[in-house]
Design a protein around this ligand. Sequence first.
Ligand code: KG4
Ligand code: ZN
Length: 341
Amino acid sequence: MRVLGIETSCDETSAAVLGDEGQVLSNVILSQDALHAPFGGVVPELASRRHIETISAVVREALDRAKTELDQVDLLAATQGPGLIGSLLVGLSFAKGLAFYHKKPLIGVDHVEAHIEGALIENPGVPFPAMALVVSGGHTSLYFLEKPLSFELLGRTRDDAAGEALDKIAKFLGLGYPGGPVIERKASGGKAKAFPFSMPRMSDRSLDFSFSGLKTAALKIIRDNKIAKGSRKLADFLASFEQAVVSATLENLGRALAERQARSIILSGGVARNKRLRAEFEKLALAEKLAFAVPSPKLCTDNAAMVASLGLKKFRAFGPNVPAPNLGLNAYPRVSAAAAE
Ligand code: KG4
Ligand code: ZN
């Protein structure tokens, strides 16, 4: 069995091939960071156009690296949403074309659920029930998984995602894009307690997240303390802001663990590359005596291996219900209505 996964939900064009046991034979990721960097964020129209230009070569490269021909592929998996609609349509339509021509089943995969799967690829023995936190540039969502493939959304951001808040502050200070890795680099050696931030609180005690308040507080600190790209206090400020984003993210996880019995915790998404977040997440797991899973950095950010892997599991679970070639699949830009209920 060979699975070809395709991911184009935002600004990475990615294709991956998985073998019988779900082992990753190739995982090609073409980043558009340089294209969007001058704008300090992803420009949706440029992203979808670039996906169109590169998707074919990226899929070819993934097949070549896996020494696999297209007619050896048994299953196609593509990201359906959420994400930028134009970008999603490129990958999904490309996958439909391949499925139609080669008469192969095509399975649609949710991008945020695929991030959770990204953590399971290298940690297949994670015990369930599990609590999963996806922290990226587009999403900050908390899920409870009673068992594998049962994704119950407990909370999500009501405004900015955690990565988006990092990206916006980096853009404001002219530090470059994507902001998360730049902030991590420039925060190193800074004092995380130098600038205190108060934690966001939901008045209704829900497990939703909010990062816009932290962003506003950050802008006020920047103005009041005249913090700029080259200033002496920059490292202290960035370390404090990074810490505030990490604390706000993990606080909800801690609250959710008090409400629901879990045996493990999972962290994924682009911001899960952050060393401060990884360290505090591990500390929480040890304190709560829970198993934990965090992907290696390449599987944290957007990639098609996580899409192919979730596609394979869904196919094995619900396979007979997946029509080949399944051309009726539609892309959706936001967290699916079913998941949000
Ligand atoms: O998962 P991802 O590739 O795309 C989305 O689904 O959004 O995540 C990209 C996000 C960006 O906001 C980027 O700034 C952030 O992940 N990021 C980081 C780090 N590396 C990437 N944030 C903090 N620290 C990092 N080392
Ligand atoms: Zn993502």
